[in-house]
Design a binder for this molecule. Structure first.
Ligand code: NAI
Length: 308
């Protein structure tokens, strides 16, 4: 398995590191526009190989896409991250052009590649990639829900006073502070609904903290987070590499699922060697359906900015 990561910044490098440590890929190529930056990150990571015990070959390149030839998966993290107080949507002006151009350059050298789009505003960037490349819909996956769900589980575990590995929780909808839908009704501790342990008020506190999870970290760090985003992407790449058929909420192009059409938004997907192998349609309550419709309207509004 050969993986390309476009963007050697915080998320791209973290993703490369987790992929290497998990040791399932033969090769990772990191590309960046900044002279020698990807090469430097790759060299630094390769110098951890004997310490961390991995055999993955990591190389870097300044904009030479021929080095990415025949990649199985490409992760797009290039662009700018938000600063404290910014929304993800405010990044569209700069990131749309970058995502479109790097995705085309990757595809030229890797005709069978599966894309994982990370750059924000992610749902719109995934939609843009679909529109620009016209690939089968299983081959373009937006990463947002895997991260948001991990943050939901972190907050649930904190409230429950138990390890996050004991917790089930899923976030669907748009990858934005207002668009995320933590499915509190389905959240559980070892299969027991969390309502058995937590008050309604505490559960909604957890849901609210989840929705602003990214903004909270951006305020603390001065830029957006990278460890959990990198870990989330690497788990998705691993599910493709190892054909795990693992379920992640992902931004998928919908064609009638959940009553939505021509939009990329977070829904549970089975991820395996073909990328999105299927979309899982949950039986949502009327209130949850309404939230998803509102979330989709917001994503469509951001998609509309692509035409301006
Ligand atoms: P960063 O600024 O650390 O890294 C971005 C890198 O992209 C830089 O090294 C820059 O030189 C490179 N770049 C810019 N234009 C390029 C081009 N045309 N070709 C190749 N490389 C180019 O940013 P960070 O923190 O890594 O975030 C990257 C993106 O991911 C941001 O848009 C951020 O908002 C998004 N993000 C998305 C998450 C999600 O859950 N979907 C989570 C965290 C971040």
């Amino acid at each position: 398995m050969k993986v390309t990561i476009v963007g050697a910044g915080a998320v791209g490098a973290s993703c490369a590191e987790y992929i290497a440590i998990k040791d399932f890929a033969s090769e990772v190529v990191i590309i960046d526009i900044k002279e020698n930056f990807a090469e430097g990150k790759a060299m630094d990571l390769m110098q951890t190989a004997s310490l961390n015990g991995f055999d993955t070959l990591i190389t870097g390149s300044t904009n030479d896409y021929s080095k990415t030839a025949n990649s199985d998966v490409a992760v797009i993290t290039s662009g700018i991250p938000r600063k404290p107080g910014m929304t993800r949507e405010e990044l569209i002006g700069i990131n749309a052009g970058i995502v479109k151009s790097v995705a085309s350059s990757v595809l030229k050298h890797s005709p069978n590649v599966i894309f994982i789009v990370v750059s924000n505003p992610m749902d719109t960037m995934a939609y843009l990639t679909h529109k620009a490349l016209g690939l089968p819909k299983n081959r373009i996956i937006g990463m947002g829900g895997a991260l948001d769900s991990a943050r939901f589980k972190y907050r649930l575990a904190e409230a429950l006073g138990c390890p996050a590995s004991d917790v089930e929780g899923m976030v669907i909808g748009g990858h934005s502070d207002t668009g995320m839908i933590p499915l509190t009704r389905l959240a559980a501790r070892n299969s027991v609904p969390v309502s058995k342990f937590l008050s309604e008020e505490k559960i909604s506190e957890v849901a609210e903290a989840t929705k602003v999870g990214g903004a909270t970290l951006t305020k603390m760090l001065g830029t957006s987070a990278w460890y959990a985003p990198g870990a989330a992407v690497s788990s998705m790449v691993q599910a493709i590499a190892c054909d795990h058929k693992k379920m992640f909420p992902c931004s998928a192009l919908l064609e009638g699922e959940y009553g939505l059409d021509d939009i990329s938004i977070g829904v549970p997907c089975i991820i395996g060697k073909n990328g999105i192998e299927s979309i899982v349609e949950l039986d949502l309550t009327d209130a949850e359906k309404e939230k998803l419709t509102t979330s989709a309207e917001a994503v469509r509004k951001t998609n509309g900015l692509l035409e301006e």
